[in-house]
Design a protein around this ligand. Structure first.
Ligand SMILES: Cc1ncc(C[n+]2csc(CCOP(=O)(O)OP(=O)(O)O)c2C)c(N)n1
Ligand SMILES: [Mg+2]
Length: 348
């Protein structure tokens, strides 16, 4: 019987081993490694820029959590309907968003993903299947549910995807969405990035049990609880739930246990550490690094060698530096566009 604790998945001293990549598609694994590195370095660039006062609005960084979006996105199509929240850089980048447009959005420039009107928490990239992120915690969850239901009614075989945090699960609308998705057998994947914290507060101070998957069980919905720092595990669980949804069997719930290395918002690790979080915890969780673990797994199988990761890093870092410098030169939106972009118009 399930006691709904997370056991070793929530313990940083466990799950530090290399990712087992045996028998898996090498080109997919290498793409996943590169994408996680790209997201990591892009967010580190944002952290530095925030520290240096170059970014006006807040930035919520997901460094340490990259394997979840990358593991899920590998199984999605451009026509799926994906929704995020306040910590969504990884969600949009792993779908293939243009990095320049993400940086430009965070900088409030006219070339940004939301034409510079939203910043880091209002991302939109419809051509890649990203229907939007908003800062209202859980605000997009019912939208993802509705998008899944619409796909079902339109017989497109696409799915809705809602990324949400463990804190978001405490919003009533999430429970209504789970119920409605299940009762209408809508193709929706709920992906809970359980990083054990909502702002500064540990889940043990907010909930009687750590696992949010118990709410899926309450709605008679298939669920999986996985190590969110293991891209292969995330990927395999996402595949099972997505295949099941596309086959017409209704929604699924993926709980991926992870940890964010930075504080709740902006660039510091030693701030906003919360009632239950110490820098020792951060140090331990760094050893469960999803990127280093995948790289070690690839090395064990002889797919990559000693210097390969460093070489990839140098190449990606160069791209990021150039992209950032170029986005910094982009113009701000004109004042005259302030109202014309409040609602969707023919301008798009
Ligand atoms: C409706 C609503 N309530 C409160 C907030 C303030 N707030 C922003 S993020 C956050 C914590 C969210 O925690 P979680 O869902 O676990 O996501 P994480 O930050 O851990 O990624 C809170 C309370 C908000 N933005 N919206
Ligand atoms: Mg959280």
């Amino acid at each position: 019987m399930n006691d709904w604790g997370l056991g070793e998945l929530a313990d940083p001293l466990h799950c530090q081993k290399p990712v087992d990549v045996g028998g898996r598609d090498v080109s997919v694994l290498l793409d996943q490694l590169k994408m996680m590195m790209r997201i990591r370095l892009a967010e580190r660039c944002l952290a530095d820029a925030k520290r240096d006062g170059l970014i006006g609005g807040p930035v919520h960084l997901g460094v340490g959590q990259e394997a979840i979006a990358v593991g899920v996105s590998t199984k999605l199509r451009k026509s799926d309907r994906v929704f995020g929240g306040h910590r969504s850089h990884s969600h949009v980048l792993s779908l293939g968003a243009d990095l320049h447009r993400l940086f430009a959005e965070v900088l409030g420039r006219d070339t940004g993903l939301s034409r510079g009107m939203g910043g880091s928490m209002h991302l939109w990239d419809r051509p890649n299947g990203f229907y939007g992120a908003v800062p209202i915690v859980a605000g997009t969850v019912p939208l993802a549910m509705g998008a899944g239901l619409a796909a079902k009614l339109q017989c497109t075989n696409d799915i809705g995807v809602a990324y949400l945090g463990d804190g978001a699960v405490e919003e009533g609308v999430v429970h209504e969405s789970l119920n409605l998705a299940r009762i209408t057998k809508s193709p929706v994947l709920f992906v809970v990035e359980n990083n054990l914290f909502a702002s500064h507060m540990h889940i043990s101070l907010r909930q009687p049990k750590e696992a949010t998957a118990r709410f899926a069980a309450a709605n008679d919905m298939p669920y999986e609880v996985v190590d969110g720092n293991n891209v292969v595990e995330v990927n395999q669980a996402a595949k099972r739930l997505i295949d099941n949804a596309r086959a017409g069997n209704g929604p699924g719930f993926l709980e991926a246990v992870t940890y964010r290395w930075y504080g709740h918002v902006d660039w510091r690790e030693d701030i906003d550490v919360g009632v239950n979080r110490s820098l020792d915890d951060v140090t331990q969780w760094r050893k469960r690094d999803p990127i280093a673990r995948l790289a070690a797994g690839l090395e064990n199988e002889g797919i990559i060698r000693g210097n390969d990761v460093q070489e990839m890093e140098v190449e990606i870092a160069k791209e990021i530096e150039e992209t950032w410098s170029s986005a910094m030169k982009d113009p701000y939106p004109k004042d005259s566009t302030l109202l014309s972009r409040v609602y969707v118009s023919s301008e798009g």
